[in-house]
Design a protein around this ligand. Structure first.
Ligand SMILES: Nc1ncnc2c1ncn2[C@@H]1O[C@H](COP(=O)(O)OP(=O)(O)OP(=O)(O)O)[C@@H](O)[C@H]1O
Ligand SMILES: [Mg+2]
Length: 359
């Protein structure tokens, strides 16, 4: 599928869409874990968790982003802090729309009602169904976009990381986010082969929670599990040869009393093996479906590892070992998708050529 296939699916009029004044136009990485917004000439202006705090009775949005994430597990019963996206796609349409709307307004408030609404390039997982794609498109329009263009996440990530996506060579991207692991082979401006696994950073957190519950009889919250993963999580022994430990607090499984324990990085690693093995299988499957010429390019060029989940300590070395192909982690793993979406906004001519070439 070419870069703009999904865009044209929903707009019908591609050539008129991206050419005009782009001052307020926006690129959005609508992620399960984080939402980023970039504006032409300004760069990234929003980088916040995809979380919304809601008053249950009235469904009123109280806070979004960082402020709402800080409320997770601390909200009184009358309020809830929600993740409106699950596994890369919209799980709660109204809450997603409210969140996008709040972020758009924060990114570039419209000073006057007659001011033009922004055009938006927004990403979708490559495994999204047409209903899921339509939901993102509608949510962007309802949240205040004049026009919305959809781009598949690994393509945006590859463009953001400056891979030669339009060249006649094969590039492979593995984007491990919060909800999905997207694997794609890109050549001549299009995705040639792809897979989307609904398992990524969030499932690593769940695996850590379950493992510590079974091992130490402690119940921990989702934020604690994520902090553990980022601070002492690793899929291979650390390069300095030293293991880590960390004091965590949670609830005793039996007494439900507060409990504090010291956990070891080896135990966290044991929890991470299963999700990481599933990712290896998904990448291998995609690689098997790739034609031999592109496969040989990938062996030569290596695989780009991106997305926040790709930052797990040792994952690049682990994948290199399991796949027997060099895997390198992007230095801009958390921002490649939004940067790629911004490039789509800024280079319409190149993309139109890409579209024509790949058809
Ligand atoms: N240093 C790190 N080590 C391990 N995991 C990390 C690190 N930094 C961030 N993460 C994880 O990366 C995930 C978020 O990544 P990202 O922002 O790319 O996801 P997303 O784009 O919101 O999700 P998706 O693309 O699946 O919809 C979270 O699970 C987070 O815990
Ligand atoms: Mg993502």
């Amino acid at each position: 599928m070419s870069i703009l296939d999904s865009i044209s699916n929903f707009t019908g009029n591609l050539t008129g869409g991206l050419g005009g004044n782009m001052s307020a136009d926006m690129a959005i990485d609508l992620g399960t874990a984080n939402t980023l917004i970039a504006i032409s000439g300004e760069g990234i202006v929003i980088n916040e968790p995809s979380v919304v705090a809601i008053e249950k009775a009235s469904h009123r949005v109280l806070a979004v982003g960082h402020e709402a994430k800080n409320m997770i597990n601390h909200t009184p019963d009358a309020f809830s802090a929600e993740h409106p996206l699950k596994d890369g796609v919209i799980a709660d349409y109204d809450v997603t729309e409210a969140m996008i709307s709040a972020f758009i307004n924060k990114a570039a408030p419209r000073k006057y009602p007659w001011q033009a609404k922004p055009r938006i390039v927004i990403c979708i997982p490559c495994g999204a169904t047409s209903v899921e794609k339509r939901a993102v498109f509608e949510a962007a329009i309802q949240a205040g976009a004049r026009q919305a263009y959809l781009i598949e996440e690994p393509m945006a990530a590859a463009m953001g990381a400056d891979l030669p996506v339009t060249e006649p060579t094969g590039s492979m991207v593995v984007d491990i986010g919060g909800g999905t692991t997207e694997v794609a082979v890109i050549s001549l401006g299009g995705i040639v082969t792809s897979s989307s696994l609904r398992l990524a950073g969030n499932k690593m957190d769940e695996a850590i929670s379950m493992h510590l519950r079974d091992l130490l009889g402690i119940k921990i919250g989702e934020r604690t599990a994520e902090v553990i993963k980022i601070k002492i999580g690793s899929i291979l022994p650390f390069e300095d040869g030293r293991e880590r430990d960390m004091i965590i607090s949670g609830q005793d499984m039996v007494t439900e009393q507060p409990k504090e324990v010291t956990i070891q990085s080896e135990d966290v690693r044991a929890a991470l093996i299963e999700p990481c093995e599933d990712m290896v299988l998904s990448i291998k499957e995609t690689f098997k479906k790739t034609n031999p010429d592109l496969a040989s390019d990938i062996i030569q060029n290596g695989i780009l590892l991106t997305g926040g989940g790709g930052l797990l300590s040792g994952l690049d070395r682990y994948l290199t070992d399991k796949l027997e192909i060099p895997v390198w982690v992007s230095e801009t793993a958390l921002t490649n998708v939004v940067t790629g979406c911004l490039k789509v906004l800024e280079t319409p001519t190149a993309l139109r050529q890409t579209l024509m070439r790949s058809r």
